[in-house]
Each structure stands twice: as structure tokens, then as C-alpha cells.
Write a protein that binds this ligand. Structure first.
Ligand code: HEC
Length: 247
């Protein structure tokens, strides 16, 4: 291995690091979601919130109710009475009951399936998006969003969060005033910290829905590490045994 080769590898590694940091910085003002998919209580609360506040418009078309029950430690009865609000069968996929033609009429488009949303946008994006709605009379449904400007989705969690309005900065050259920050003008049923947890639970559930096997994989990971640790001890004992005669 000559020096130029090593230098090339080093340059390549630096380039990779640099592009990663640029990509990471591209996240803008995203807030940290702080999700933990091994937190079963959070997942269960998230599932309930999703069914109550999102499933009317959005589907999770790759996830079945039965699979969700198994992964989240819920019984068939619990799922069928509290989480399945569309009358679908236990083995069915989680599909919204909103007719697509009505949806495009109401929102200008069909609400997207959310199965892969945290993988496409990232958990921090989803977390921040759900916290960034504000009242805007110029929009058809009266809602806008600082992270996703002119999104056609109304704030589904306004009761919990309260009503948020925008505080505008100085108008720029085009005469448009940018949103400087958001303020809660009418408090909701939850404190900001409680609301953060609500949105975190929802994001955790969506993260799980994007990759249901991840929960099991993490569980298996712990055993693999324990097994390797055990194997290391055995190997060390064996080495001592072999070297005893040499010394
Ligand atoms: C009244 C219908 C409705 C409800 C209820 C609703 N949404 Fe939406 N949602 C929409 C529509 C319509 C869009 C498309 C917005 C656009 O592209 O302009 C959307 C977009 C989104 C997006 C962005 C998808 C993208 O394009 O990247 C996310 C994330 C999302 N919704 C999450 C949720 C969550 C989580 C809930 C429940 C707390 C929820 N939505 C409840 C209608 C709804």
C-alpha cells in the first residue's frame, strides 16, 4: 500500500464526512423528536392518537391491525374496540375510510399514505411539522404551516396544542413579511411539554409503522451483544488454558 493510495483514501473519507455534515445541516430548524421505539407505552399512546386524529384522512396501508396488536402487546379485543374505528377485519391493513374523490374535493389532493413518512422525511421533520401549524386566514381551511408552507392539511391537534398564530418580521423586498416565530394565542388542553409528548408518541408510532421489524431487531441486538460478551469470556479462559503450559 503506497502513500498516494492512503492519501486518496483519507481525502475520500474527508469528503464523505463533509457531505454528511452538509446534509445534516440542511435540516434547518428541525426540532429533535426524541423518539424511542422500544418504549411500548409511547407506541400504544401513539397508535391511539393516530387512529383518533389521523386515520380519518391517512392510511398505513402496509400495516395490518393484527400485526400491530402483536408488536404493541395488545389483544385482539383491545384493538377491535379501541383502535379499529373503520369496522375493518382484524387481519386487514389500516386503510382510511375517506373516499379519494371526496378527499381531493376537500383538500385539493388525497392525503398521502403515511407508512413510510418517517423514512422519507425523517422523525424530526414529522415531529416539527405537527408542531408548526398556525392560523392563516388567507388559506382555504384557515391553517398554514411554517415547515411545509401552504400544506393543505388542517391542524388535527389544535385542541391539545391550542391556537397558534404567527409573529411576522419586517417585510422583505417583495413586500412579504416572513414568519419570525409562532406563539400560542389561545391555550389548548395540554401544556407545551405535554403536547411535545403527544407529538413524540405519534412520531414514535409512525416510525414503528415504517419498519415494524425494527422493534424485534433491537430486542435481538441485546441478546447478540450478551452472547458475544459471554463468548469473549470463554475465549479468554481458553487462551489462559492454552498458555499455561507455554509459560
Ligand atoms: C382532515 C384530513 C387530515 C387529517 C385529519 C390529518 N391529515 Fe395529514 N395531511 C392531509 C393532507 C390533505 C395532506 C397533504 C398536504 C399537502 O401536500 O399539501 C397531509 C399531509 C401530511 C403529512 C406530510 C406528508 C408529506 O407530503 O410529506 C404528514 C406527515 C401528515 N399529514 C401527518 C398527519 C398526522 C400525524 C395526522 C394526525 C395527527 C394527520 N396528518 C391528520 C390531511 C389530513
Amino acid at each position: 500500500m503506497n502513500k498516494t493510495f492512503l492519501a486518496r483514501i483519507a481525502a475520500f473519507a474527508c469528503g464523505m464526512l463533509l457531505s454528511f455534515s452538509v446534509l445534516a445541516a440542511g435540516g434547518g430548524n428541525l426540532q429533535h423528536a426524541g423518539t424511542d421505539i422500544s418504549d411500548r407505552a409511547s407506541l400504544q399512546r401513539g397508535a391511539q392518537l393516530f387512529m383518533n386524529y389521523c386515520a380519518g384522512c391517512h392510511s398505513l396501508k402496509y400495516l395490518r391491525y393484527s400485526r400491530m396488536a402483536e408488536d404493541l402487546g395488545l389483544t385482539e379485543e383491545e384493538v377491535m374496540t379501541h383502535l379499529n374505528l373503520t369496522g375493518a377485519a382484524f387481519g386487514d391493513h389500516i386503510v382510511s375510510s375517506m373516499p379519494a374523490d371526496k378527499a381531493s374535493e376537500w383538500f385539493g389532493q388525497v392525503p398521502p399514505d403515511l407508512s413510510l413518512i418517517t423514512r422519507v422525511r425523517g422523525s424530526d421533520w414529522v415531529f416539527t411539522y405537527l408542531k408548526s401549524f398556525y392560523l392563516d386566514e388567507s388559506r382555504p381551511l384557515g391553517w398554514n404551516n411554517t415547515l411545509f408552507p401552504n400544506a393543505s392539511m388542517p391542524n388535527p391537534l389544535w385542541k391539545q396544542q391550542g391556537l397558534q398564530h404567527a409573529v411576522y418580521g419586517e417585510p422583505d423586498a417583495t413586500g412579504e413579511a416572513p414568519v419570525e416565530h409562532l406563539e400560542i394565542s389561545t391555550p389548548g388542553t395540554q401544556s407545551p411539554a405535554e403536547f411535545d409528548q403527544t407529538v413524540r408518541d405519534l412520531t414514535t408510532f409512525l416510525e414503528y409503522a415504517g419498519e415494524p421489524v425494527a422493534i424485534k431487531r433491537q430486542g435481538i441486538g441485546v441478546w447478540v451483544v450478551l452472547f458475544l460478551a459471554f463468548l469473549s469470556v470463554l475465549a479468554w479462559l481458553l487462551k489462559n488454558e492454552y498458555w499455561r503450559d507455554v509459560h
